[in-house]
Ligand binder design. Structure first.
Ligand code: ASP
Length: 527
């Protein structure tokens, strides 16, 4: 079985195993609530709708106090939590502390659960510092290996972000300068690629702001502790921050993504401006580095089926179907935007700019689109796309051999709109549970980043998802959120790859028409 279908099978398996866990392992009363440290104990920060915590009547703002039940003879204190009407009456200092001033309190039960202790409350100097609590006990033990696997998989993906982004941009920009045909067809082709990707993003942006799948979604992710987005600053500030004062310290942080992109763009450009042999030496170095990074990405993505499995077991077992309602709405938004772009925007371009019959062109392109659907990879589909456009579409080899390989790497309309929707979806979610608002400036910024990400994404399965991690880092949003999107990514990947390939083929047709070729199917008008 190809990796492609394997992902889907493991995805379904993950949901099933998660659901079985959810049904067979009882959830304690506090499952579905999130807590923050509070001087009087802990305070409920968020309650997932429909979970046991909500049913037990926990509400945001409630304070629960820790009361020592017994002494285990060690430094660990066994405590339970009881509802407290007035937190101020019972200062935290009544809790005993160990000699180093820090006590770890184990919580056997929060409200009325009977589970084993799981969770830590740290106090220092009489103040509650931090609380971490597993959502439940028996289930948490069972879930630990899945959580571990999911965390490892995410860490492997994160590890790739900086080297992949750096090498792909430098190699890409430096490589463009070496294309011989660039002057002839280049301008038109680039204009088409940028225009369609931008149109796709705008459709996505409009839909996600209308449907608002992220508002109040029950995703169960923690609220932002520090302001994300980092774009409270004016646009000028953002530009200023994008210039790294020290590229090596920028490379050390996933959050300095903008600076890395900025430096990579400049480096790529100046490589083309440097006298030989230096320019091409360093270009080749980056090209090879990029190839190696891509191989590494392929290797990591081989683990995708198991990563998706682990993530889905974790999500479904902990919160059941609650997050899926929002995720389904998110998937619907992406699918609808893809449909509008491919069935409305691109056909209009074909009809009015290319003067051809969109329906006929679509029919002619079906082998390429079907291959895209079943491989989730524009690059793997490229040979089929080229053959289809040349033989069934009758576009000259001159045009296909320039536009299609370029298109398969940089023209990704489907990916572009998916990036935009995914990031705004998560921002909507974070905006509804934390204190930050998504400003117009942020949105414009996301559009720009989505465009860059679609250009930078490789034509391989899940490449768009890796780029999503890049955008989230650039915006200062936690990558944790992308894990949920990752879990349901494959079906969307199949659809967006179809749109990517469809847009490439439309581009080839339109360019060929503007070059005066009469080959591509019958024109609608004779003129
Ligand atoms: N799989 C897509 C492609 O090859 C890229 C992506 O993940 O969005 O076109």
């Amino acid at each position: 079985m190809s990796d492609h279908w394997k992902v889907l099978v493991w995805m379904v398996a993950g949901v099933l195993v998660g659901l079985v866990m959810q049904w067979t392992l009882p959830a304690p009363a506090w499952a579905g609530a999130e807590f923050a440290a509070h001087p009087g104990g802990v305070q409920v920060r968020a309650v997932t709708g429909g979970g046991p915590a909500a049913r037990a009547g926990m509400a945001v703002g409630d304070v629960y106090r820790a009361v020592a039940l017994g002494r285990g003879g060690s430094e660990e204190e066994v405590v339970t939590f009881a509802s407290l009407e007035n937190a101020a009456q019972t200062p935290a200092s009544v809790l005993e502390r160990s000699s180093n001033g820090e006590v770890i309190w184990f919580l056997p039960a929060l409200v009325a659960g009977e589970s084993e202790p799981e969770g830590e409350l740290r106090f220092k100097g009489g103040k509650a510092l931090a609380l971490s609590m597993n959502p439940d006990c028996a289930r948490a033990t069972w879930l630990a290996p899945f959580k571990f696997a999911a965390d490892i998989f995410l860490a492997l993906l994160k590890m790739l972000i900086v080297p992949l982004v750096l090498s792909s941009i430098v190699a890409g920009v430096a490589g463009v300068g070496t294309m011989k045909d660039l002057k002839r067809l280049g301008g038109k082709t680039f204009a088409y690629y940028l225009a369609t990707s931008l149109l796709a993003i705008l459709v996505g942006q409009f839909l996600v702001n209308t449907i608002r799948p992220g508002d109040g979604a029950a995703l169960g992710l923690s609220a932002l502790t520090e302001a994300g987005m980092g774009t409270d600053d004016s646009f000028v500030e953002v530009i200023k921050r994008a210039i790294p004062t020290n590229i090596f310290s920028a490379l050390q942080s996933n959050g300095a993504m903008l600076s890395i992109i900025f430096f990579a763009l400049l480096l790529g450009y100046f490589i083309t401006q440097t006298a030989e042999p230096h320019g091409s030496r360093i270009r080749e170095l980056f090209e090879s580095f990029f190839e190696v990074m891509m191989k590494m990405a392929e290797g990591v993505l081989k683990l995708l089926p198991y990563g998706v499995f682990a993530l889905l077991v974790k999500v479904t077992a902990a919160t059941g179907f609650a997050p899926f309602k929002a995720l389904l709405l998110y998937m619907f938004t992406v699918a609808l935007a893809l449909l509008i772009h491919s069935a409305l925007t691109l056909p209009m371009l074909l009809k009015f700019v290319g003067k051809m019959h969109p329906g006929l062109w679509f029919k002619a392109m079906s082998p390429a689109i079907m291959t895209a659907f079943s491989t989730s990879s524009s690059s793997m589909t490229l040979p089929v796309t080229m053959r289809t456009v040349e033989q069934r579409g009758r576009v000259s080899n001159k045009v296909t051999s320039f536009t299609l390989p370029l298109g398969a790497t940089i023209n990704m309309d489907g990916t572009a709109l998916y990036e935009c929707i995914g990031v705004i979806f998560l921002s909507q979610y974070y905006a509804s549970i934390s204190e930050f608002t998504l400003t117009f400036g942020d949105q414009a910024f996301i559009v720009l980043l989505a465009l860059l990400a679609s250009v930078g994404a490789a034509g391989i399965p899940s490449a768009g998802l890796v780029m999503m991690l890049t955008i989230l880092s650039a915006l200062g949003l936690p990558i944790e959120g992308a894990a949920l999107l990752l879990a349901v990514d494959r079906p969307l990947d199949m659809l967006r790859t179809c749109v990517n390939v469809w847009s490439d083929s439309c581009g080839a047709a339109i360019i060929s028409r503007t070059e005066g070729e009469t080959g591509p199917l019958e024109p609608i008008t004779s003129g």
